[in-house]
Design a protein around this ligand. Structure first.
Ligand code: RRO
Length: 324
């Protein structure tokens, strides 16, 4: 029997847990040549700001061992064009739209939340407070518990009550649990873990930085263990808060790993650039992983590795799956 893959995005039911990762599939249109966007758990859009924005100069991408650096710098059409063109397109296709928002002040985030609440069809808002590609690290709200809370409080207060608000956090902090607690106390319904890590590459032939923006966000398989660790730590501290996990997922087994750590949903990102049909494949493979492990429901797998760890701590034998 195929496993039941249904999950919950806050109080919203999703048919399955595989989402696109913000920034890796635009607003879904390009991806729709390769994937039926209505069959995904949801499409998470590229972070949208109030005004259109050109982003950083090129080159903006660089390959690294088992990963990739990006220095896009929040390129986007702005909220007006998004509401006129991109959101209606997603809805006519039957996709669930999780809209990622970004701003340079709590007030800008609040305005975006208001505009999205007035539009029909927004499934959830992912509040990107962790973009690494900004001029001033002081504006990375997710690096400070009070700054993170001030944005989330404004967004929650200005978002329609039936739209869940997820805060997207940065792994570039000493204590991600402190930031997570602060966001939840400020009204976040869930957490997205993790954004990219700040990195840099230097071309030894030219003896210059590879990226025009100098630094960039590191993504891809290289960061998956960091995502697993962050999800694990936050799930331990806040077991009832739903988590969208992301970071280097390439296969159904990788997605299963994030779910066992505590994620209720998994966003797929960097792999899409060289395998645009990856979301469909990962969804199939995840179903196979659950079946092989003797799990009938995805929800039974969420955070399951934590229970095994608890059992080991208490001196009991860990629960073994049926995998050989
Ligand atoms: O646009 C970007 O450069 C970007 C964003 Br908003 C983000 O959240 N994470 C990232 O790696 N790049």
């Amino acid at each position: 029997m195929p496993a039941d893959l249904r999950t919950k995005l806050g109080h919203v039911d999703l048919p399955n847990p595989i989402l696109t990762a913000s920034g890796c599939a635009g607003a879904g249109r390009e991806l729709s040549r390769f994937t039926d966007v209505a069959k995904l758990g949801a499409v998470v859009t590229k972070s949208i700001m109030l005004a259109p924005r050109a982003g950083r100069p090129t080159p903006r991408m660089a390959e690294t061992p088992s990963g990739m650096l990006n220095s896009i710098g929040l390129q986007g059409p702005g909220i007006d064009a998004f509401l006129q063109r991109d959101l209606p397109w997603l809805l006519t296709r039957g996709a669930r739209a999780v809209v990622s928002i970004a701003g340079s002040s709590a007030g800008e985030y609040a305005e975006l939340a208001r505009r999205l609440s007035d539009a029909p069809g927004v499934t959830a808002i992912e509040v990107n407070i962790s973009c690494p590609n900004v001029e001033d690290r002081g504006t990375v709200f997710a690096c400070d518990p009070a700054a993170a809370a001030s944005v989330i409080e404004e967004v929650r207060a200005n978002t329609r009550y039936d739209i869940p608000v997820f805060a997207k956090l940065s792994p570039d902090v000493t204590d991600i649990v402190a930031i997570a607690r602060s966001c939840v106390a400020a009204g976040a319904d869930g957490l997205s873990l993790i954004n990219t890590l700040l990195g840099m590459a230097i071309d030894t032939a030219t003896m210059r930085p590879v990226l025009a923006g100098l630094t960039g966000g590191l993504s891809g398989p290289a960061i998956r263990p960091i995502a697993v660790r962050c999800i694990w730590q936050v799930k331990q501290a806040l077991p009832d808060v739903p988590i969208i996990g992301m970071g280097g997922v390439r296969t159904g087994r990788d997605a299963f790993e994030l779910i066992l750590a505590g994620a209720a949903m998994v966003s797929v990102g960097t792999v899409i650039f060289h395998d645009p049909g990856a979301c469909d494949r990962i969804l199939r493979e995840l179903g196979d992983e659950l079946a092989r492990s003797g799990l009938e429901r995805l929800t039974d797998a969420i955070g399951l590795a934590q229970q095994s760890a608890d059992a080991v701590r208490l001196g009991a034998r860990p629960r073994m799956g049926s995998r050989d």
